[in-house]
Design a protein around this ligand. Sequence first.
Ligand code: TRP
Length: 487
Amino acid sequence: MSESSASINESSANEPPLANREQWSSRLVFILAATGSAVGLGNIWKFPYITGENGGGAFVLIYLFCIASIGIPIMMAEIMLGRRGRQDPVTTMKKLAKESGHSRSWGLLGWMGVIAGFLILSYYSVIAGWAMAYVPRMATGLFNGLEADGVNTVFSDLVSNPEGLIAWHTLFLFMTMAVVARGVRGGLEKAVTFLMPLLFILLVILIFYAMGTGHFKQGLTYLFTPDFSKITTEGILSAMGHAFFTLSLGMGAIMVYGSYLPSNTSIAKATIAVAFMDTLVALMAGMIIFPIVFANTLEPSAGPGLIFKTLPLAFGHMDYGTFFGTLFFILLVFAAWTSSISLIEPAITWGMKTFQISRLKTSFISGVLVWLLGLLTVFSFNLTSDFTITSTISTNYGEFVILKDATVFDFLDYLTSNIMLPLGGLMIAIYAGWLMKKKYSREELNINRFWYTIWLFLVRFIAPTMVIIVFLNAMGVVAFIRTIMGV
Ligand code: TRP
């Protein structure tokens, strides 16, 4: 053990000794768990639909750029902070700030993460409910031979019925809280070990199907040929927000997972492995969905229903489609499950410590809160679908649209992915790059001087600058300055 954990033990007389704290059993398990958190609805549901809404290739390119230049360095920073603090995000930040002689207000970063986790899980659970609802629909062959219209009707029938959505949301949330209540090590490790590879195999099978649609090339062109005329400032903001969302960054989830990481594991290698797999799954999902979209003259910009309107078409027309389709949605639910657990884990560790109550009780209370919040999302697809928010900033230099006809679900998604996560990531980068003593970050990361310098440069300069520019850009500030300066 390095001296870092020894000093942690000393400084925390009132905290449980490290030896009693759960740890992952190996580096591989950590990678699997972090991949389980990263790979989820974000990759298979959200990535294709926001790519479709933002016109394809250029959006994908910006997203990939954000993963490499912001996502990877911040992920290393977040895991590092977690492992050094070995507590819930709020306590970790307070403790590290104290260790390096800074204000305890850094605990606020942890707080924001706890809240973001609640908000994200509230809609995540509803969407995962859609995926669950598709399992019996696939298994009974409902989609066999259906054309686009028929599939669309199945989807709109599903989302227009609040009772049904609530039932599935309840079931999914119950599954999540049941695992969380037993502790992350319990079932979670085992579930990811064989389900993730299985999901991967199924995606490969679907790619073969997509190749047979006759529109594979068109799909690839859409995904990989950038057309920057289609990119808006909001598009850039969502690409960046999605980089945080898909890697589970900026709210303490990966920090908590890092806190269970044994001291001798390489953070850099683990990060690269997770980011690589996560990106691969997203791109595969895109390569499956867009050929199907074009083959059936569907709209890439169909929104949150995109995969639910395209994939059943594929399964409905392919050999053994009932079997593969059922399996696919089951695996999607599992992918969402291993992610949802990490969304609430920061809140659980924090709640247990703050209120000194058991994991079970904390899980129960959090579950009830998230369930209630989730109703907002449920209703935004039916009862309150007409209630929308539009928010623009108008300056002498033009109108800047922040939100357009956004339902409550759109608003929650925007607030969390595009604002809270990048803000959390920004603070993590600033803390790890500027405020934490270099001695500590070098010791934790344990990489050679060359890579350490690159990492430091990225978290100090590149990641924060990019986040700030993208924020300002979305608020129209950059356009404003450019106009004034005449450039
Ligand atoms: N990354 C997950 C996905 O892509 C979602 C997720 C899990 C998440 N934990 C998170 C998003 C923490 C943001 C923060 O589906």
